[in-house]
Design a protein around this ligand. Structure first.
Ligand code: NDP
Length: 310
């Protein structure tokens, strides 16, 4: 069995070492532009260049080194539908997302952002505690990662909402779905957490109209993709005070350019796309298990639905 590896940073050697442990029968080869490889059975990639697509079209399955399939699907027309594209399902990212989002929600609920400002000018002043009933957390996208975040928020007692494409029942969570359910979800949500895949339907979903449906003093947490959020609209709402704060991990252009106005806005907290990093060892273990299933002719989880875009 031959596995074709590619990542834009070229650092495939540790992936090959991990595959040697989990799939000793496999030989890993690294894709290099201009060097035609012997045909491979499977490919394990992140952000493959266009020049690689011809080889990707010939494998039995393509495994992504991440949870989001949006970048791969942009070029997937050249890949036959018979070649499944398989994303990571959690693989250690769920707990990282939960840590990130729970931290951001608690920081706003307990007013740590305001206490940081006070501490910076040596001000000792107790602010009034908030009421949990007024602090509903709404997660857009309750899939593998969104559900994990909701589970981890449960013990704190915030009202919890979820918005999904299909109708869902999640214990302890008020569920909304589809475009008909979006307005009611947003109007009742104080902290909106975007955990959607980036698709034609979800691009730019945090736009002027939808941000305006959040209540006065709402918070925005985006850990999905930069293209979900209209950056100028968020800035307008933050400056007007309608949005009291935003914690953003993902941006239209990454790295976020130094001249971007978000850097100058104290109510916007920026992290460099680290909410949930790919953990190599867990990922290789998961991909190796899926390769074994497919090699035996059995189905595996997390195959991307190309019609839905996730
Ligand atoms: P899943 O595919 O498991 O879940 C996607 C969720 O979004 C589902 O609940 C789905 O609804 C919902 N959804 C999809 N389309 C729509 C729509 N049009 N309207 C409403 N809901 C919709 O994905 P994951 O949880 O694994 O990952 C989510 C995203 O997180 C990834 O696509 C990736 O972009 C991002 N990510 C970011 C990272 C970071 O470090 N910042 C790291 C890892 C992932 P339904 O349940 O009905 O299907």
């Amino acid at each position: 069995m031959r596995i074709l590896l590619y990542r834009a940073d070229g650092n495939t050697a540790p992936w090959a070492d991990d595959f040697a442990r989990h799939l000793p029968q496999a030989t890993c080869v690294t894709w290099t532009e201009g060097q035609r490889q012997e045909p491979c059975d499977y490919a394990v990639v992140w952000a493959p260049p266009e020049a690689m697509l011809r080889e990707l079209a010939e494998v039995k399955a393509i495994f992504l080194m991440g949870a989001g399939a949006d970048a791969m699907l942009r070029d997937a027309d050249q890949i036959p539908r018979s070649v499944p594209i398989v994303r990571l399902g959690d693989a250690g990212m769920g707990v990282q997302m939960a840590e990130y989002v729970v931290h951001a929600v608690l920081r706003y609920f307990r007013r740590f952002d305001q206490y940081e400002d006070q501490a910076a000018v040596g001000e000792w002043r107790q602010l009034p505690p908030r009421d949990k009933a007024d602090f509903a957390v709404g997660v857009m996208g309750a899939g593998v990662l969104g559900q994990r975040v909701l589970d981890c928020l449960k013990p704190f007692g915030f009202p919890l909402h979820a918005w999904t494409r299909s109708d869902k029942h999640i214990d302890g969570v008020t569920c909304f779905h589809g475009s008909d359910g979006l307005e009611a979800f947003l109007r009742r949500t104080r902290v909106v957490v975007c955990m959607l895949p980036l698709t034609e339907d979800t691009a730019n979903i945090l736009n002027r109209a939808n941000l305006g449906r959040l209540p006065q003093g709402a918070y925005v947490i985006n850990v999905a993709r930069g293209a979900h959020l209209s950056e100028p609209d968020l800035l307008t709402f933050v400056k007007s005070g309608h949005i009291a704060g935003a914690t953003l991990d993902v941006f239209r252009h990454e790295p976020l350019p130094v001249q971007h106005p978000f850097w100058q806005e104290p109510r916007i907290t920026i992290t460099p796309h680290v909410a949930a990093l790919t953990l190599r060892s867990e990922s290789v273990q998961q991909i190796a298990g899926k390769i074994e299933l497919l090699a035996r002719g059995e189905p595996c989880a997390d195959i991307v639905n190309r019609d839905l875009g996730y």
